[in-house]
Write a protein that binds this ligand. Structure first.
Ligand code: 5GP
Ligand code: ZN
Length: 114
């Protein structure tokens, strides 16, 4: 997807601050962090929203969650705790139209989220 910000990061045209990468996912620091640790995990394949996932993505979604675990360990928040969140569409506040898993930690978080 030529006009997709996160596809440009996957292709290397824009260089994010990378935390973790494997053949299927890329993880990088959010530019506007909402917690001391705020990392985004994106699939290298363009998928627009959570609604666009289907059975062909089952393993990829697993890779995204395993990447969250890896990022939490690398950034030192695995034991203190963290949140892994996907925002889907307008009510959730999705603003980048390439699916991504937010990994947030390093502070106490409230529930329910705002
Ligand atoms: P959403 O609101 O779609 O769930 O999350 C999009 C996230 O992407 C936001 O947390 C926002 O700060 C982050 N973001 C937007 N533009 C950039 C960018 O150019 N670089 C990085 N690293 N993060 C970005
Ligand atoms: Zn994309």
């Amino acid at each position: 997807m030529q006009d997709c910000l996160f596809c440009k990061m996957v292709s290397g045209h824009i260089k994010p601050d990378i935390v973790y990468e494997n053949s299927q996912v890329l993880a990088f620091h959010d530019i506007n962090p909402q917690a001391p640790v705020h990392v985004l995990i994106v699939p290298k394949q363009h998928i627009t929203t959570l609604n666009d996932l289907d059975g062909s993505h089952t393993a990829l979604v697993g890779e995204m969650l395993l990447a969250a675990q890896e990022v939490a360990q690398q950034t030192g928040i695995a034991d203190s705790g963290y949140r892994a969140v996907v925002n889907c569409n307008a009510d959730a506040g999705q603003s980048v139209w390439h699916i991504h898993l937010h990994v947030l930690g390093g502070r106490r978080m409230g529930w329910p989220p705002g």
